[in-house]
Design a protein around this ligand. Structure first.
Ligand SMILES: [Zn+2]
Ligand SMILES: [Zn+2]
Length: 254
């Protein structure tokens, strides 16, 4: 399994793209601006999109993706998310005002996208890959995902602040090889991070101390311009694990 980081920044700017991870060319985790770097051929290979939550930086590429490959695919792309996330994108994006309702286009019987409701704790098996949805804590309903093959387990938090839902689920796994966890703000912005439902280095360090697995840890969703400081503060605060920042374009072999 190969995980390709299309975007992992908290914002946009030169070389910066928002959250989107591509697994084995067919599965997308979040649909931020990073997916705009894919070729049309690569976009056409995507069969499943798993969303963590409804925020724009995680869904901005989705309506444009669907429109770009509209006439190139024969079966619908399946959008997997929990009910409030699906409702939000149906009500506020695919509402025929911001963008067409592609769940009934080109025809109601053969649409270009369809929706699949997934709830925290539920899993989906796609070939050798299993994906499990796990609840986290953000300012809107949000989840992370655990992605497992026979030889590797990787977990992704999506956007979250301090929580008691994600870490116990990880600790019950037989193994956790790689963890991608958000670290959005510097410690200086601890109050803002709490308001916005994100981690800063000190709150992340406190939660990582709950993790029993000696996993390789990658940090994502850094505020643009604060990347170096966030990483330095995380490396200072987090003594239980080795941490590095995730980068756009990075490929992790799983
Ligand atoms: Zn968010
Ligand atoms: Zn975000």
């Amino acid at each position: 399994m190969e995980l390709r980081v299309l975007g992992c920044s908290g914002g946009i700017g030169e070389q910066l793209r928002t959250t989107s991870l591509l697994l084995n060319s067919e599965v997308l985790i979040d649909a931020g601006t990073g997916l705009g770097d894919l070729t049309l051929q690569e976009m056409s290979c995507i069969r499943h999109v798993f969303l963590t939550h409804s925020h724009l930086d995680h869904v901005a590429g989705l309506p444009l993706l669907i429109d770009s490959i509209f006439d190139r695919i024969k079966t619908p792309i399946v959008i997997h998310a929990q009910p409030p996330t699906l409702k939000a994108i149906q009500d506020h994006i695919f509402n025929n005002a911001i963008w067409p309702d592609f769940s009934v286009l080109p025809t109601r019987h053969q649409p270009v996208l369809c929706y699949d409701t997934l709830k925290p704790g539920e899993s989906i098996q796609l070939g050798e890959l299993s994906l499990t949805m796990v609840e986290v804590k953000h300012v809107v309903p949000a989840v992370g995902y655990i992605m497992q093959t026979a030889n590797h387990t990787v977990a992704f938090t999506g956007d979250t602040s301090t929580n008691d839902t994600f870490w116990p689920v990880l600790n019950k796994l037989d193994r956790l090889d790689t963890l991608i966890v958000e670290a959005a703000f510097t410690n200086n912005d601890i109050n803002l991070s709490r308001q916005a439902g994100h981690y800063c280095p000190s709150t992340l360090a406190a939660d990582l101390a709950k993790l029993k697995h000696p996993a390789k840890i990658y940090l994502s969703h850094h505020k643009p311009g604060a990347e170096t400081r966030i990483l330095a503060e995380c490396q200072q605060e987090i003594t239980t694990h080795q941490v590095d920042s995730l980068h756009g374009g990075q490929i992790i072999q799983l």
